[in-house]
Ligand binder design. Structure first.
Ligand code: NAD
Ligand code: GLY
Length: 363
């Protein structure tokens, strides 16, 4: 039997385990204790279903569950009301009950939409995350943020809704396209930058092993990322304070994704370019040295990620950023750095300084 490592997201009576290892989709001993009843819904998409649905179905059926699959179109551009409604159509058409568990099998798009559907259907059904992208394993499957996009802003419609279990099977990363692997690395680098300088240094030394998909390196990156995320979420589940640090690069990144049209740049790519804008701004404020910014740029480049943002115009960026969830009383909260491993939240940066950093970092 393959080995796994387990972390806990410490949220009192809603605490849940994150299991990380190779071959976990087949591990009924890990999955089944989180489920009740005799039926389970699996929400997935047309790309992931042919790869992993039958394996998950077999694990569930061996445990005495019948399976209702709901297979959605693939892509960020489908993270919409219309697709969410397809999940509700499947749940209602299949006579699912409030106690029927919903399992999201896929990347962050499936996890975010499946989680939002689970939060809403009959006011809440049990929710399980089986993330199959690096990004989903290191970030989106943990912490309970669920959402869909709106044409005016990314992830603007959603709910906090924690899963009961996260099952991160790193063997599924074998089939992930290289560009998607790199996108996931952006979120791993993020933890290094905001709170884990040791992880940042480890990434500098081990990026090649990650890109070659060495299992032990991937397992370390997923474990360390989830450990960071679990701590942050346990301290501040609903982002009243410190959880906002997890959005390093995201305010600029969401502007890129919305501005270019959902799906043009991958989320992780937009976060990478956005993080370099945040680094530029931090340097202009005197908080990061030039050599730190160069170190950050080198690591993102090495991971195969863009370090220059698309030229939408600083005014357009600022307009798009006004729709961000981190706007409070009209003031934009930015995540910046006071060194590698020290993220800070600041809502007092003048717009002209932000605009100058954007212009410098656009191609
Ligand atoms: P994604 O879900 O679009 O998956 C990327 C691509 O990989 C898709 O084409 C998918 O079908 C495919 N895929 C998935 N698993 C595969 C596998 N094992 N083998 C081959 N192909 C596979 O993108 P993502 O990067 O996983 O997630 C991005 C989304 O996550 C964005 O919508 C972002 O807003 C969201 N997100 C949410 C949170 C959160 O806390 N909830 C955090 C970060 C990002
Ligand atoms: N990905 C940001 C968060 O979970 O808070």
């Amino acid at each position: 039997m393959p080995e796994q490592q387990t972390l806990t997201v410490a949220l009192g009576e809603r605490a849940y385990p994150i299991h990380i290892g190779a071959g976990l989709i087949e591990r009924g001993d890990l999955l089944l204790p989180a489920l009740k009843g005799r039926r389970a819904v699996v929400v997935t998409n047309v790309t992931v279903a042919p790869l992993y649905l039958e394996r998950l179905r077999s694990t569930l059926e061996k445990g005495g569950f019948s399976v209702l699959p709901i297979v959605l179109p693939d892509g960020e551009e489908y993270k919409t009301w219309e697709t969410l409604n397809q999940i509700f159509d499947g749940l209602l058409g299949g006579h699912c009950e409030r106690s029927t568990p919903l399992i999201a099998l896929g990347g962050g798009v499936i996890g975010d939409m499946g989680g939002f559907a689970a939060a809403c259907y009959q006011r809440g059904m049990p929710f399980i995350q089986v993330p199959t992208t690096l990004l989903a394993q290191v970030d989106s499957s943990v912490g309970g943020k669920t959402a869909i996009n709106h044409p005016l802003g990314k992830n603007m419609i959603g709910a906090f809704y924690q899963p009961r279990l996260v099952l991160a099977d790193i063997a599924t990363l074998d089939t992930l396209p290289a560009r998607e692997l790199s996108a996931g690395l952006a979120e791993v680098i993020k933890y290094g930058l905001i709170r884990d300088p040791e992880l940042f240094a480890w990434l500098e030394a081990n990026m090649q092993r990650l890109l070659a998909r060495e299992r032990d390196a991937l397992a370390h990156a997923v474990l360390r990322s989830c450990a960071n995320k679990a701590e942050v979420v346990a301290d501040d589940e609903k982002e009243a304070g410190g959880r906002a640090l997890l959005n390093l690069g995201h305010t600029f990144g969401h502007a890129i994704e919305t501005g270019l049209g959902y799906g043009a740049w991958l989320h992780g790519e937009a976060v990478a370019a956005g993080t370099l804008i945040a680094a530029e701004l931090s340097q202009r404020l005197g908080w990061l040295s030039k050599s730190d910014v160069e170190r950050i740029e080198r690591l993102f480049s090495y991971a195969g990620l863009p370090v220059r943002a698309p030229r939408l115009g600083a005014e357009r960026y600022l307009e798009l950023m006004r729709h961000d969830k981190k706007v409070e009383d009209g003031r934009l909260k930015l995540i910046l750095m006071r060194g590698i491993g020290e993220g800070v939240i600041d809502d007092g940066v003048p717009a002209d300084l932000i605009a100058a950093a954007i212009e410098t970092r656009c191609t």
